[in-house]
Design a protein around this ligand. Structure first.
Ligand SMILES: C[S@@+](CC[C@H](N)C(=O)[O-])C[C@H]1O[C@@H](n2cnc3c(N)ncnc32)[C@H](O)[C@@H]1O
Length: 269
């Protein structure tokens, strides 16, 4: 398994510089005026000032720093050394270094890497679970990282959207978690720009909605909300149309399918 995770890490290290330079992430724009939390995040989590938040698979930390900007004390965790290096630099450039720290570790060992810290909020967003061979081991980490009464916010790509082929409404991958990953060899990433990946091979695993929900419930969390969305934040399929900045939906006339989902859960006392 570790060779697969190492391949994914090299692939993600390659993506960081491309993403930092992209207009998709618009780092310079962010630094000129850090964006507030998204409406959906405020609606789900309320006022986060003074809370301790850990962002798992934080990439190079823009979403993490948005929470620091909103007053939380934040920890971002990612296995990519390049991502952690960029995140740490961005925190300093944004004047948020006192409230933000970034840690390099495999998310499936996050509790050990961050021990003895625990958190009010575990935040996970878009493009996270597909890189992990076991949603159960991931849920172990979430449960260990949350304080009693702490909340999990997970907004991720819907497993149906991962199961479909990239260019057709055809099931190409298992909807369920399998021991065998599916491999990808693409040399481009999801942002704009001409950058090409040197380490093209990556491995992904799908996890069904039932597997995700059950893994969280089995570890002593109570489900507060599970919402399936008919939109996503990038053109996952060629027939999606952009309806606002960072929002892509099925074109008119096509049956709606779930593209992302949000799960909110609270750790019981
Ligand atoms: C699609 S990105 C998340 C993007 C984030 N939602 C954002 O918009 O910035 C996925 C992240 O997961 C990280 N990742 C993948 N596998 C991981 C693992 N096993 N442990 C820790 N981080 C991992 C990658 O390095 C990458 O930063």
């Amino acid at each position: 398994m570790s060779e697969l995770i190492d391949a994914n890490r090299a692939n993600w290290d390659d993506r960081v510089a491309i993403h930092v330079a992209s207009s998709f992430y618009d780092v310079e724009g962010w630094l000129a005026g850090p964006r507030p939390l998204r409406d959906r995040e405020v609606e789900a989590l309320g006022d986060v000032s003074g809370l301790d938040l850990v962002h798992l698979q934080c990439h190079f930390g823009l979403d993490t720093l948005a929470f620091a900007h909103a007053g939380a004390r934040v920890t971002g965790l990612d296995f990519s050394g390049e991502a952690i290096r960029q995140a740490t630099e961005l925190a300093a450039r944004a004047g948020l270094a006192e409230r933000a720290r970034f840690v390099q570790a495999d998310v499936l060992r996050a509790a050990e890497a961050l021990s003895p810290e625990t958190y009010d909020i575990v935040f996970v967003s878009l493009g996270a679970l597909c890189w992990l061979p076991s949603v159960e081991t991931w849920a172990d980490q979430v449960a260990a990282l949350l304080r009693p009464g702490g909340r999990l916010y997970l907004h991720d790509v819907h497993p149906l959207a991962w199961a479909l082929a990239d260019d057709d409404v055809r099931i190409e991958h298992s909807y369920f978690q399998e021991a065998e990953p599916y491999a990808d060899d693409g040399d481009v990433t999801y942002t704009d720009g001409d950058g090409r990946l040197e380490h093209t091979r990556s491995y992904e695993w799908n996890h069904s909605i039932g597997e995700i929900v059950t893994s969280v419930l089995d570890r002593g969390l109570r489900l507060e909300r599970l919402t399936e969305h008919d939109w996503t934040v990038w053109p996952r399929f060629p027939w999606l149309v952009q309806t606002a900045k960072g929002r892509w939906e099925q074109e008119a006339g096509r049956p709606r399918i779930p593209l992302t989902f949000t799960l909110l859960a609270v750790k019981l006392d």
